[in-house]
Ligand binder design. Structure first.
Ligand code: SF4
Ligand code: SF4
Length: 576
C-alpha cells in the first residue's frame, strides 16, 4: 500500500485504486474510513476459513448497523468502458503529469524504476548541449507559463550568452485564482521538475538553479525541498554530478504570491529581494537577468515535460497537437463543471471534448454559457465557440489565450458583466503600479464595471469601458497590463447585450445584487428555516404561516433560497 501522486480527479477525492495481481485496476472515489474494510475485503480475501467467516460476519453486522447512515462508496471499475469516470481518465494524455496516481512523490527509487533521470543521464553522457536544444526545437515545445514562447529559442539565447555564471529559474508562483497546475506538478512529481531543470542547466551551461514557489503552497515547498535534499544525497545535484564535470545546484525561494511574477523580469527582481516590478526589455533575461547574469526562466510545467521529450523523442511529442501548438497542456478545470480537477490533454482538443467528455458537462443540468480560459486575464468564450481547437493561435484569434491553463466554466446563471468585474477587481489589485496605463486604467475599468453592476451605468459607460480597455491593452508595459482587459473585451465582444441590459437596470442572469430582490411565494409551508438562517434578520419567524422578506434589510446573500425545502424563495429581476 502506498500513497501516490495526485490523480487530478479532484471531484473524486479521497481516491483509492486497487490493482490486483493480474493487473486489473479498480477505482473508488469519495472514500471514507468506513469504506476501507469493505473495499479491501472485495479484493483481498482472508486466507484462513475462520478469518473469512469472521470478516463476512463483521461486514454484515457493520452493514446492518451503519448502512442507513453511511454514504455509499462510489466504485469505478476500469472495465466499464462507457463510464464518465473512464472518459475523465482515458481521454487525457499524460506527459507533464505522467504516472499521476502511480508513483510516490518522494520515493526516488520509484522514480528511477519509472526511468527517472534516464533522460538527464543521456544528456549528460551522450548528448551535447546543442543536441539537447535541437531536440527541444524539433519537439515544437512552447513555454507552458502563458506566453507560449518557443522554449528552444530561450535556451539557445542563454546558451549563446557570454559569461561564466548563468542561472536557470523554475517559476512555480502560479498566481491565477483557481489554477493549480503547477502546484500539483510540484507536489506530485518533484523529481521530474528537478530533472527538467538539470537538463536545462546542462543545455544552457548554468551552474545555479532557483525554484520560485509561492508561500501559499506549503506541500509543494516541502516536497520540492525534500526532493532537492534527496537528489544531493544521490549525487544528482551539487558539484561534479554523477562524477561528471557538470556542477549544478538548486535552491528554493519562497514567493509572496504576486500575479505580476508571472512576468519573468518581475520574478527576477523578486528573487533579488526587491519589489517585483517588470523591467524594460531589452536587455532580455537571457543576456542580463538575475544579478545581471544570463538567465533562463521557464514555468515548472515546461520543465516537467522536458525529460519525456528527451526520453521518448521529439517526433513523438510533436505527433500530438496542431501545426503550431505541439504536445499536451495541463488545465485546472473549475467552475460549474461536473467533474473538476487537473487534466492534461493533447493540444488541438476542442473545448467541447474538455467540457462535456472529460468534465461530464455542466453541474445541475444547467446550460453552458461561457468558458473563461487563460486565467483572470484570459478571455470569456461563448458556448457557440466550444468547437474551436485549444491551441495558442486559435484561442488568441478569438480574444482568449492559453495562459498557464486556468479554465473556468460558466453556466446560464452567471452574469458576464459581474464576471468581468470580479476578474478586474483581482487584476487591478495585482497591478504593480509601475506604468500609468495599467495602474490607472485597471482602476478606472473596475469603477465603470461597478457602476454597471449597480445599475448606475449608461451606454456612455460601456463606451468608456471599451475605450479604456483598448488603451490599457495597447499602452501597458508588461504582459499583465496588456492582457488585463481581455475579460472585458471578450465579454463586450460576445455578450454586449448583457452590458446594454445593465445600462437599463436589468441583470439578465439575476446575479447583480443591486438589480434583484428576493421574495417568498405562496408555496411557503412556514417551516421557518429561512428566518432562522437569515444573517440580516430580514425574515420574521412565523411558524406554519407564509413568511415575508423585508427587502430594506435583505442583503441578497441567497441563504434563504438555498435552505428553503420547497423552492418558495425566488429572485425578482429589476426591469425584467
Ligand atoms: S437573501 Fe439573505 S439577507 Fe436576504 S432574506 Fe434571504 S437570507 Fe436574508
Ligand atoms: S424556508 Fe421556504 S418554506 Fe420555510 S418558511 Fe422560508 S420560504 Fe417558507
Amino acid at each position: 500500500m502506498k500513497s501516490v501522486s495526485c490523480t487530478g480527479a479532484s471531484y473524486l477525492a479521497p481516491f483509492v485504486e486497487v490493482v490486483t495481481q493480474d493487473g486489473s485496476s479498480y477505482r473508488y472515489g469519495k472514500v471514507t474510513p468506513e469504506h476501507t474494510r469493505e473495499i479491501l475485503l472485495r479484493h483481498f480475501k482472508p486466507v484462513k476459513l475462520s478469518s473469512r467467516v469472521k470478516a463476512s460476519v463483521l461486514n454484515l453486522l457493520e452493514r446492518i448497523v451503519e448502512e442507513p447512515y453511511a454514504e455509499p462508496v462510489i466504485r469505478f471499475p476500469s472495465d466499464i468502458r462507457d463510464s464518465p469516470q473512464i472518459n475523465y481518465f482515458e481521454s487525457q494524455k499524460r506527459i507533464a503529469t505522467e504516472y499521476a496516481g502511480e508513483m510516490s512523490p518522494l520515493d526516488i527509487s520509484d522514480y528511477i524504476a519509472h526511468r527517472g533521470f534516464d533522460a538527464f543521464k543521456q544528456c549528460l553522457l551522450k548528448l551535447t548541449p546543442e543536441d539537447i536544444i535541437s531536440c527541444i526545437r524539433k519537439s515544437g515545445l512552447r513555454g507552458r507559463g502563458g506566453a507560449g514562447y518557443p522554449t528552444w529559442q530561450k535556451w539557445l539565447a542563454v546558451r549563446s550568452a557570454s559569461g561564466d555564471v548563468k542561472f536557470v529559474i523554475g517559476n512555480g508562483d502560479e498566481g491565477d485564482p483557481g489554477a493549480f497546475m503547477d502546484r500539483i506538478i510540484m507536489e506530485s512529481s518533484p523529481f521530474r521538475v528537478i530533472e527538467g531543470m538539470l537538463i536545462a542547466g546542462r543545455a544552457v551551461g548554468a551552474q545555479h538553479g532557483i525554484l520560485y514557489i509561492r508561500n501559499e503552497y506549503p506541500l509543494a515547498l516541502h516536497r520540492m525541498s525534500e526532493a532537492i535534499e534527496i537528489c544531493r544525497k544521490h549525487g544528482l545535484l551539487g558539484p561534479n554530478i554523477l562524477g561528471s564535470d557538470m556542477s549544478f545546484d538548486l535552491k528554493i525561494v519562497e514567493g509572496g504570491g504576486a500575479f505580476v511574477c508571472g512576468e519573468e523580469t518581475a520574478l527576477i527582481t523578486a528573487i533579488e529581494g526587491k519589489r517585483p516590478m517588470p523591467g524594460l526589455r531589452p536587455p532580455y533575461p537571457a543576456e542580463s537577468g538575475l544579478y545581471g547574469k544570463p538567465t533562463l526562466v521557464n514555468n515548472v510545467e515546461t520543465f516537467a515535460v522536458i525529460p519525456w521529450i528527451l526520453l521518448h523523442g521529439a517526433d513523438n511529442f510533436a505527433s500530438s497537437g496542431t501545426a503550431t501548438s505541439k504536445g499536451t497542456k495541463t488545465f485546472a478545470l473549475a467552475g460549474k463543471i461536473r467533474y473538476g480537477g487537473l487534466i492534461e490533454v493533447p493540444m488541438g482538443i476542442t473545448l467541447r471534448e474538455i467540457i462535456f467528455k472529460i468534465g461530464g458537462g455542466i453541474q445541475n443540468n444547467k446550460q453552458l454559457k461561457a468558458v473563461l480560459i487563460g486565467g483572470p486575464s484570459g478571455g470569456c468564450l461563448p458556448a457557440s465557440l466550444i468547437d474551436i481547437p485549444v491551441d495558442y493561435e486559435a484561442l488568441t484569434a478569438y480574444g482568449a489565450m492559453m495562459g498557464s491553463g486556468g479554465m473556468v466554466v460558466l453556466d446560464e446563471t452567471d452574469c458576464m458583466v459581474e464576471i468581468a468585474r470580479y476578474f478586474m477587481n483581482f487584476i487591478q489589485r495585482e497591478s504593480c503600479g509601475r506604468c500609468v496605463p495599467c495602474r490607472i486604467g485597471t482602476r478606472r475599468m473596475l469603477e465603470l464595471l461597478e457602476q454597471l453592476c449597480a445599475g448606475k451605468g449608461s451606454e456612455s459607460t460601456v463606451a468608456e469601458l471599451e475605450r479604456t480597455a483598448l488603451a490599457v491593452k495597447k499602452a501597458s508595459l508588461c504582459g499583465l497590463g496588456k492582457t488585463a482587459p481581455n475579460p472585458v473585451l471578450t465579454t463586450l465582444r460576445y455578450f454586449r447585450d448583457e452590458y446594454i441590459a445593465h445600462t437599463k437596470g436589468h441583470c439578465p442572469a439575476g446575479r447583480c445584487k443591486a438589480l434583484i430582490t428576493y421574495y417568498i411565494t405562496d408555496d411557503c409551508i412556514g417551516c421557518t428555516r429561512c428566518a432562522q438562517r437569515c444573517p440580516a434578520d430580514a425574515i420574521e419567524i412565523r411558524p406554519h404561516q407564509k413568511h415575508e422578506i423585508d427587502t430594506t434589510k435583505c442583503t441578497r446573500c441567497d441563504t434563504c433560497r438555498q435552505v428553503c425545502p420547497v423552492g418558495a424563495v425566488l429572485i425578482k429581476k429589476r426591469n425584467a
